[in-house]
Design a protein around this ligand. Structure first.
Ligand SMILES: C[S@@+](CC[C@H](N)C(=O)[O-])C[C@H]1O[C@@H](n2cnc3c(N)ncnc32)[C@H](O)[C@@H]1O
Length: 421
């Protein structure tokens, strides 16, 4: 069976639950006007002006996913290397303007930065949202990373929280915090006449009582959410990935089920996953091909519409498809990139050879109808499932049978047996 490269505008996964859109592109150039005034929460974790060119370590093949030892180093994103602070602030200003345009009148904006940009970001947000709309400067404190002996170690990020208007939605009761963290041991401990334990403190002539079985809520210093650990099962390999618990807290207090959450520099897609898991709709955009690839995989079983150009790299594919009763059995046999495709990505510049299906990170089988590829079945490599399934079944419905492949370099190609769309 001869498979030919084709292209189409949209790729879609139909699944129950929250729906979303994932785009590959420069958020400040793509047209997001259809979303203006519709987003309840914008979370933005932009580049921090570190001056680094970030790379990500991509696991390759079954053994790479099993042991973590077979990897290639890919460019993830450029964090303003060689650029001036003025360039960075012009970018941030534009991004904050876009966030404000996206929000509903009751919406909230969370801007995640670190010590490099937080003072500038606060002034920009004050100017764009208005000082009166400032709600919090959240300190997210963590213990990972190195220590300094020349100054106090920098162990927090800053998340600026602004509301679009005074009528913003916010429900702190949706994000109870663990009591162990919140209750201080220095408070006096008591048990009341009903056997309920509580702590009390008297200050300024007033006594404050905190029952241990009452919910408690986070304040603006978050010490109870740890950074991603090396062995964290959530870890995707995408540099700067944030933990889902952090996004859960932000999304749950600022949105209600079915509301739309947007993150237009979404990286590995943590905010999109948090939105989907919590029953919110989502819009994710990132300009990095690797980010798109990681997000696509994390959303493999989620209802999502993907907008990203299919790649034109030279590659060959061998596959077969057999119609059965009510379904097609689709088999991926071989995927061959040019021999030197990996030369730039080996450790310490060593040329690398990655052959056959080891070069495939994820693939999808489905049908094309009216220019839309609907993926009905997915095969993705994960730590839990390092071997790539090579056979998929999809329903025998109207449309042109097609296969989309995402390789370890982030190339995404679409194929049909007839060359027709
Ligand atoms: C700090 S990372 C986001 C990490 C993310 N919060 C996560 O949990 O994985 C910043 C992201 O912004 C993206 N980015 C930078 N400039 C962009 C732009 N103009 N449009 C879209 N994405 C952009 C980068 O590709 C990078 O993935």
């Amino acid at each position: 069976m001869m498979w030919q490269r084709v292209s189409c505008e949209l790729e879609r996964v139909d699944a129950p639950g929250a729906k979303g859109t994932l785009m590959l592109g420069d958020a400040l150039s793509v047209d997001l006007s259809a979303y203006f005034g519709r987003v309840q929460c914008v979370y933005l974790d932009p580049p921090y002006f570190t001056g680094d060119r970030f790379t990500m370590r991509m696991r390759v093949g079954e053994d790479g996913w099993q042991s973590g030892r077979r990897t290639i180093e890919l460019p993830a994103f450029n964090d303003f290397a060689g650029a001036s602070l003025e360039d960075y602030l012009a970018f941030l200003r534009e991004a904050i303007h876009l966030a404000r345009k996206l929000l509903t009148d009751s919406g909230s904006f969370f801007l995640h930065v670190d010590w490099r940009a937080s003072a500038h970001a606060r002034l920009l947000c004050d100017a764009i949202f208005g000082e009166a709309q400032f709600r919090n400067e959240i300190i997210w404190s963590y213990q990972t990373g190195g220590r300094s002996m020349r100054y106090f170690s920098r162990k927090h990020d800053t998340i600026l929280f602004y509301a679009k208007s005074k009528d913003h939605y916010f429900d702190i009761t949706k994000v109870p915090a663990s009591r162990k963290e919140q209750r201080s041991n220095h408070l006096k401990r008591h048990v009341d006449e009903h056997g309920r334990s509580y702590r009390s403190i008297t200050t300024g002539g007033k006594t404050y009582i905190y029952y241990d079985d009452e919910p408690s809520y986070p304040d603006d210093v978050w010490t109870d959410l740890s950074q991603m650990q090396q062995k964290d099962p959530q870890r995707t390999g995408y540099v700067t990935q944030k933990p889902q618990a952090l996004l859960d807290r932000i999304i749950l207090c600022s949105t209600q089920p079915d509301d739309l959450v947007a993150d237009f520099m979404c990286g590995s897609g943590t905010s999109l996953i948090s939105a989907a898991v919590n029953g919110r709709q989502f819009l994710g955009v990132d300009s990095s091909r690797q980010a798109f690839s990681v997000c696509r995989k994390r959303l493999a079983e989620t209802a999502v519409t993907c907008l990203a150009p299919f790649s034109q790299v030279p590659v060959m594919l061998d596959a077969s498809a057999m119609p059965g009763i009510g379904f097609y059995d689709v088999q991926l046999n071989a995927y061959t990139l040019a021999g030197d495709a990996f030369d730039r990505y080996g450790k310490k510049g060593q040329p690398m050879r990655i052959a056959g299906l080891d070069a495939v990170d994820q693939w999808y089988a489905g049908l094309i109808n009216n220019g839309v590829f609907v993926a009905y079945a997915s095969a993705v490599r994960r730590k839990q499932t390092p071997a790539l399934p090579t056979a998929l079944s999809i329903p025998l419905l109207r449309g042109t049978l097609a296969i989309s492949v995402m390789d370890v370099l982030g190339n995404r190609t679409l194929w049909t047996a007839s060359g027709e769309v």
